[in-house]
Structures are given as C-alpha cells and as structure tokens.
Write a protein that binds this ligand. Structure first.
Ligand code: PAF
Length: 326
C-alpha cells in the first residue's frame, strides 16, 4: 500500500469518526443457534457462555439464538445442521442416537455413578473418540454439554419401587436405548418429540415424562406434574453441534475460536447443572411437587435383563470400561 493510499484510509476512518462518533461497522456473519429450552435453562447458560467466548476471539460472527424449539424438535434441528439450514445447536443424546448410534452407549441406564464419573468419561479418551464419530454423519461436534441425571415425573402416584412404574404412560425421548429399559420395567413408553410433551401432559394422553432437574426446573414442570421420583436412571449428556458446511469453511484461527466457545458452553451447562442439583429439589417442593427417593438397587436390578442387548449393541468391554472408569 502506498503512503498516499494509507493516508486516505485513515483519513476516511477519521472523517467517519468525526461525523458519526463511530467507525463503520464491519459486516458480521450471522449464525443461527437452536435449542429446545428457554434462555433461563442450562442450554441458555451454555449459549450465553458460547456467545461470550466467541465474541472475545472471533467477533466477525454474530450468533442469533432460537430457544424453545423455535426451529423444531431436536431431530429436525439435527437434520437442519446436516443440511446447513441451522448453523449451531445444543441437543441431548436422546436425539443424537438416531444419527450417531454409538452415542447411545451413554444412554444406558445406571451406567454412571455420579456427575464426576460421567464428566471424566466424556472428557477422556472414550468421550473424545465418540465426538470424532459425528463428522461421518454430516455433523461437527464441538464439545459435550450436560443436562444431568434424568428423573421421573408423573401425575398419578409416587414411584419408589419398580412395581410402582408398571403401567404408567411415560413420554420418553425418541431413543431406542431408553425404550428398551422402560419396556423392561413394564412402562407404556411413548417416544415423542419434546415440543409435543406439554400438550400431551395437559390432555392426559401421557401420565408422565423423564428429564433432569435442569429441565424440570426451567420448564416449571410443577404446573403440569404432581410427583417427582428421584430415579436418576440415566445420565444425560448434551452435544454442542455445528454445521460442517460452516465449520469446514472457517480459517484455522476461527476453528480454534469455535472449539473454545464449545468448551465455554460446556462449562456454562455444567455450572448450571451443579447449581440445580443443589437447589432444584427444594425449588420443585416449594412449588408444590411431591418428591420421593427410590429403591435404587431394585431399579438397577430390574433393568439388568436389558444389559445383554446393550452389550451386543455397543460391546461389553466398552460398556464395562465406562461403568468401571474411576
Ligand atoms: O427430553 C428431551 O427430549 C430432552 O431432554 C430435552 C428436554 C429436549 C432437552 O434436550
């Protein structure tokens, strides 16, 4: 650039500054981020952390949030990510299992002891290897997020023993791993997309549903359900997804910025889950829900007959190495 040209550029910027008080806006690339819950949920916390992190290192991108399933149920959102009509999403493995079946291994009931166990596995070799499977299915997975342990809610009765759950009509995610376990327990399990659940509960076509405290509290489920049974039957990871159509065109530096933002989203979700695990039960009780603990050992025993099927599907060695991980 010649000296004259350089001067012209800086004079132009200076003239703009003098005239308007601002520098000309740099065009930003707008990206759509979809998720199923409200902004005051763990997904909202993840999205906020993502946006803050990205703003600090790649400000050429502006993220537009579409909370509350505004772009459809999770299955449709994942299809949108594959097609490139949606750029980013926070989704549960309840839905990813239909696209990356290997992620279903984390949906096996009573596999993880606690949050620390689950996080260690997701952050370790097994979790990272599973994230690496997403590109084969037309998806980029930036990071594992989190929802927490799923519990049962219903409108009929407290569920404390496996016998109590028999015959209840329970909405489950569209996930065959969950379906096998609920059928084994004698539940009339109804796979259903999340956006249909509130109406189905209201109309009584289902008696209950199962989700972590993060979801139960953020959707104020006490407005529709009377009983919360702390079954903790499945740990629910989430995934920060991105469309390969966008990710593939990024510079190496921007790719790094998006990876960093994915990690920030993970921390945002985990911090939210840590908090709601501490105060969520009190919140739902204060809002009138009846909460009970369950006979954990009896539930673990009751789903054991499904394990041979899981071993066949995912490999006994993998399942056991996840279960026994320290
Ligand atoms: O139950 C589900 O489908 C999921 O847990 C939800 C609530 C959509 C969050 O990912």
């Amino acid at each position: 650039m010649t000296g004259t040209r350089r001067q012209f550029v800086s004079l132009t910027a200076a003239t703009m500054l003098a005239a308007t008080g601002t520098l000309p806006a740099v065009a930003q690339t707008k990206l759509k981020m979809a998720y199923a819950l409200a902004k005051n949920s763990h997904y909202g916390a993840g999205a906020a952390a993502f946006i803050k992190s990205l703003g600090a290192s790649a400000s050429a991108f502006a993220i537009e949030e579409f909370p509350n399933s505004a772009l459809g149920g999770e299955r449709e959102v994942i299809e949108g990510i594959q097609l490139g009509t949606i750029d980013l999403a926070l989704v549960s493995t309840g839905a990813t299992t239909n696209f990356v079946p290997e992620t279903g291994v984390f949906d096996i009931p009573f596999l993880f002891r606690d949050l620390a166990h689950a996080r260690a596995v997701l952050d370790g070799k097994i979790g990272q290897e599973l994230l690496a499977k997403f590109p084969q299915r037309g998806l980029t997975a930036l990071a594992w997020g989190e929802q927490g342990f799923r519990h049962l809610t219903n409108s009929k009765r407290p569920v404390a023993e496996p016998a109590d759950i028999k015959g209840l009509k329970i909405r489950i995610t569209e996930n065959p791993v969950h379906l096998a376990a609920f059928r084994q327990l004698g539940v009339l399990a109804t796979p259903m997309a999340w956006p249909e659940v509130a109406t189905a509960l209201q109309q009584g076509t289902i008696d209950g549903q199962e989700n972590p405290l993060s979801v139960i509290v953020s959707v104020k489920l006490w407005q529709l359900q009377k009983y919360l049974s702390l079954t903790a039957h499945v740990y629910a990871p989430a995934v920060v997804l991105m469309s390969p159509a966008v990710y593939g065109k990024l510079s190496a530096a921007d790719k790094q910025a998006f990876q960093k933002a994915g990690a920030a989203a993970q921390h945002g979700m985990r911090d939210f889950v840590d908090q709601v695990e501490k105060d969520g039960v009190e919140t739902v009780k204060a809002n009138g829900m009846q909460v009970n603990t369950v006979d954990h050992a009896a539930f673990v025993k009751a789903v054991q007959p499904v394990y041979p099927q899981y071993y066949k599907q995912f490999g006994q060695q993998l399942v056991e190495s996840i279960r026994d991980a320290k």
